[in-house]
Each structure stands twice: as structure tokens, then as C-alpha cells.
Design a protein around this ligand. Sequence first.
Ligand code: AQP
Length: 331
Amino acid sequence: MERKVVFSGVQPSGSLTIGNYIGAIKNFATLQDEYDCFYCIVDLHAITVPQVPKDLRKRSLDVLALYVACGIDPDKSTLFMQSHVPAHAELSWVLNTITYMGQLNRMTQFKDKARKSEENLNAGLFTYPVLMAADILLYQTDFVPVGDDQKQHIELARDLAERFNNRYSETFKVPQGLYNEFGARIMSLQNPEVKMSKSDADENAFILLLDDKDAIRRKVKRAVTDSEGVIAYRDEQPGLKNLINIYSLFSNEKVESIVNRYEGVGYGKFKEDLAEVIIEGLLPIQEKYHYLMNNKDYLEEIYKKGADKAEYHAMKTLRKVYKKVGFIPRR
Ligand code: AQP
């Protein structure tokens, strides 16, 4: 029986945060024994906001090393750079022609990013979700493990697959988002109303997977809580609730048990312990990351092999699409 397909990607638009890890990457490794997994470094997406070319190259390799450091086995999963497989951009163009402007206008991520980069409101930022749909649909994907900030984009991918299938006959599998029940949205440490984001201008808002011990301790200490002074897990204390979530996700201890243990203890002690839990959780990832970054030949081998394999599958779909829309085959 054919295995079901999983696709997901991460932008090399900044150093990765514990939000990216908890919401997405942590689950990638757990899926690879059961499914055919494609994990992409979506560099084409990253240039929708200005990037320094040298940094982008470094970060793209960083994301690859972090994928492997977080437990993804390159012999089981396909790891590759999006720009190495031109079919992504090509399918994206075709899908653009069946996407309604109104749909893209409703995308909350576009609205948020447009607000932040008014001077660079480029068309790529607007059509970002169409490229994401192309990424997913090229691999006849069944499941897409992402944080819940991506729900609207997954809906668009489903919608475009159905629209294309209805217009030209069955071509794409209609994918499903795979969201964590718990931890699908880690919030900013400085403003618990917004999600933790690697491109946040305030570096105290996020913890990076590669932050050192001092930075982690400092950022947790400065995390915004409230003046209630009581450790409780409730919506009225959103900063604390987010910290308890992070504690639970790193320690695998149940929320209830954490709250009971810290009953009557001040925020200071809780934050100190939280910092240590995060440090301990990130340590093996950081060690493996540094080891891999000293073995760049190995990383190069992974992304080259990955691109060949990804391209084989992507081209199968793209050839079908080109035929259905009426392009003359080259041979
Ligand atoms: N705060 C978060 N909590 C849970 N999951 C999150 N993800 C991102 N932030 C959180 C998930 O991480 C995966 C990779 O995200 P991305 O790099 O493709 O883009 P993003 O969602 O736009 O993430 P950032 O960190 O906010 O990046 P920037 O600042 O560059 O826009 C996705 O599955 C996402 O859901």
C-alpha cells in the first residue's frame, strides 16, 4: 500500500524560534516513520521581505541543520531547498491564474505583514499563499503539519486544488492541515496577544533555538506577566498561560501538575525554573546543530539528494498540470 504524503516548510527569514519548533518542527520527526515526508526550506517565500543575500544563504543552511538536529532523518525524509526545484514557481504561476484577488485580500498574514512593511509592499507578499499552495499540491500531499497561524493558507490550498480539479479533471489531492491540539500557537514573550515571530523587531519577544543560556534566562525573566501574583492557568493571565504552555511542552509535565507545584510560589522562581527547562530541552539540539555546521559537505549532500528526489515527484504533477491547461509538450 502506498504511504501517505506529508509536506511542510519553514522560511529561512530569521533564526528559528521555539514557536517554530513547538508549532511545527518538533512534529516533523515523529511523522517520518509512518509517512513519506517532504520538508522544505522555503527560500522563495523568505524574499517576500527584504533579506541580506549573505545572511539568507547562512540561514538556509541553518534551517537544514536544525531540521536534522531536531530529529529529522535525511534517509527517511526528503529535505531540500525550495529554489532548487523550479516546479514550485512554475505551478505557482498556473495557480495564480485561478486565484481570486478577493481571497488573497482576506488573508490575515498578508494584512499583518503589509502593516509592518508598508515601504516594501511587493506583489510577492500578496501572492505568498498561492506559492504555498503550489508547494503543497506538487507532492500530492495528504497532510501538512503547521502552526495554526497557517490555517487560512491551508484552506486556500484546498480550495485551489478543488477548483483546478473541477475545471480540468482530477489532478491534485486535496490536503489537510495537521495542527497540534496543544502548542499550535506560542505567543510573544513581550505581548501575549500576538504570536511569537522570528522577525519581531524586539528580540525579547522570542527565544531562539540557538540562544545561549544567558539569553534564555534574561528573556524569560523579562517576559511580560501580570500583577495578580498567583500562578494560575487562565485566559485572564495570558502571559503566564503562555509561559506555562512552554514549560509543559518542554518538560512533558501536565499543565495541572505544574500549576499545583507552583501554588503559592512567586513568578520569580517559576521563571527561573522555566528558563532551566528550556535550556535543558534545547541543549541536545544545539550540540547537534554545531556538529552539523562543522560538516557542511554532509549538509550539501543532503540538500542535493533531496532536490533530486523532490524534483522527480514535483515534475510528475507539473507535467500533468501543463497538459491539462493546454500547453504543448516539449517532447
Ligand atoms: N508562534 C508560533 N507558534 C506555533 N507555531 C508557529 N509557527 C510560526 N510561529 C509559530 C509555525 O512555524 C512554521 C514555520 O513558520 P514560517 O517560518 O514558515 O513562517 P511564519 O509562520 O510566518 O513564522 P514566523 O516565525 O512568524 O516567521 P516570520 O517572522 O518570518 O513571518 C509554520 O508551520 C508556522 O505555523
